[in-house]
Design a protein. Structure first.
Lengths: 218, 216
């Protein structure tokens, strides 16, 4: 590769292309892949922007779009978890209202909007259907002064897209069991036989984000 | 945050925590451990991401009622629920435990169970039990076995048993096969959080002295 670069003169337009390709490769190796034309990723990025608009300007149009996408999914999730339609409707509205109120707590370097919405919906299910408190770990807040790096946001969103691809590639029977687990149909003993999921590198990506938060807090 | 944790939570516990299917006492154990352990917190949040995909990729979605968005905007207009004040992070009890105790170690309402050992049962749903244990420095808890699954996490001091040495943040996972004699380190009194999914039984004779040991 380097020999190839050496053979062209610096003012040759082809040089720039080759050098760029080399830099591009190096950047990927450093663990910060550049955004590509990936539709799923773009959609998720857009949701991140929606949450930011709610946080910064209480943007009702952004909220309406999030609502249109997520509320029917939350409602379906709750119905599959054993709720009747009336309660699921009520809870889906409350989950979306929580999303509005907690928009400042969303950290796009650790979760996609879908992941975050899932955690709010899950906690609502524990509260309403199981009538149980939900202990959560200590908050690791990031203030407005610690705006996350765009590269880190993109990297996490891409890792999550890869996880989705890996999950979709699982045998149908295993995917159904995972769904059952998350709809609350498997006990934790039954879940024990379901571990070994293709979590890939998302764990280390989130770990890096946590390390940065800890560093910022000290 | 503790960087020297050697004994972590298992994948099945973290996945069940993400799925929201654990008894409350086990949720409390996981939340307490995650407050001290970023390694497990990253693993737990990865399992949240799996949940995000389950939510996102459902084959069928539900139809929202007429006027649903307007009703939600009305909910939002009522204002945010009051958020709880942020507690200091550098205490013995991580925040999730402080929520159950009503403060840090000084707020724990200990009950003696013999040989200087004390316990405080925490208010959770009855499908599992969570309690704090106080073992004086250097004291050995008599040889005992377990019923069901029991998790013990060190919050202060340390203990050793036939398996290993456990310090702040370390979780020992015991099942019916484990017979052990945990001994608190001599340097400091040991405080642990212990959860079990076996029912708590209190006999009539020797209840306060020996029965609790059988269940540690």
């Amino acid at each position: 590769m380097f020999t190839e670069i050496d053979t062209v003169t610096l003012d040759d337009p082809a040089t720039e292309t080759v050098v760029n390709r080399v830099r591009y490769g190096a950047k990927r190796i450093k663990g910060k892949p550049v955004n590509r034309q990936n539709k799923t990723c773009e959609i998720r990025q857009e949701w991140v922007g929606h949450v930011r608009r709610i946080r910064e300007t209480q943007d009702q149009a952004a909220f309406a779009e999030l609502f249109q996408h997520f509320a029917p999914r939350i409602k379906a999730f709750l119905i599959k978890s054993g709720s009747d339609a009336t309660m699921a409707e009520e809870c889906a509205q409350e989950v979306m209202a929580t999303l509005w109120h907690k928009a400042h707590l969303f950290d796009p370097t650790r979760a996609t909007v879908a992941t975050w919405v899932f955690t709010i919906a899950r906690n609502k299910r524990i509260d309403v259907l199981r009538k149980q408190r939900r202990p959560e770990p200590e908050d690791l807040g990031w203030g407005p002064e610690a705006e996350p790096e765009q590269d880190d946001v993109i990297a996490l969103q891409q890792e999550t897209a890869q996880l989705r691809t890996a999950l979709k590639a699982l045998p149908e029977a295993q995917r159904q069991l995972i769904e059952k687990a998350y709809f609350g149909d498997l006990s934790h003993r039954e879940i024990a036989s379901q571990t070994g999921l293709p979590l890939g590198t998302i764990k280390s990506r989130i770990r890096l984000a946590l390390d940065r938060l800890r560093h910022a807090m000290n | 945050m503790e960087n020297n944790i050697k004994h972590h939570l298992t994948d099945d516990l973290l996945m069940a925590y993400a799925a929201g299917t654990l008894p409350e006492a086990f949720d409390l154990m996981v939340a307490t451990h995650l407050s001290l352990c970023d390694h497990c917190r990253a693993r737990a949040e990865s399992f949240d991401a799996v949940g995000g995909h389950v939510l996102e990729d459902q084959a069928e979605v539900a139809q929202m009622d007429q006027g649903s968005l307007a009703a939600t905007m009305a909910l939002i207009a009522q204002g945010a629920p009051t958020s709880k004040p942020v507690q200091p992070a550098c205490s013995v009890l991580p925040v999730p435990l402080q929520d159950y105790v009503g403060g840090d170690v000084n707020a724990i309402r200990w009950r003696p169970i013999g040989m200087g050992v004390k316990q405080a049962i925490l208010p959770t749903t009855r499908d599992a039990t969570a309690r704090l244990l106080f073992i004086p420095a250097g004291v050995a808890v008599p040889d005992h076995s377990h019923h069901g699954t029991e998790l013990t996490m060190v919050l202060q001091g340390a203990f050793s048993d036939e398996v290993d040495h456990f310090a702040r943040g370390d979780v020992e996972i015991a099942d019916a096969d484990l017979h052990h004699t945990p001994t608190a380190d001599i340097s400091e009194d040991c405080i642990c959080l212990a959860v079990t999914d076996a029912p708590l039984k209190f006999g009539k004779l020797m209840p306060r002295l020996f029965q609790p040991f059988l269940r540690i």
